[in-house]
Write a protein that binds this ligand. Structure first.
Ligand code: ZN
Length: 66
């Protein structure tokens, strides 16, 4: 009775706390692969804050590890 969700509970999934709004957010294993691929550190900000910053600063924000 294993669902597809079984694999998303793997040990690579990481719970982080946003350095901006202090909300908890999860980085999925495939997200780690993505950041590794584009050679930027995993984010320290939650997706919502990152969207706000990218909206203000442009896509350069992602290169600063936000
Ligand atoms: Zn946030």
């Amino acid at each position: 009775m294993l669902s597809r969700d079984y694999t998303s509970n793997g040990m690579n999934q990481e719970l982080r706390k946003c350095q901006n709004c202090k909300a908890g957010f999860i980085i999925e294993p495939e997200d780690f692969l993505f950041y590794e691929k584009i050679k930027v550190p995993p984010p320290t900000w939650c997706p919502e804050c990152r969207l706000l910053v990218v909206g203000q600063m442009g896509s350069d924000a992602i290169w600063q590890g936000l």
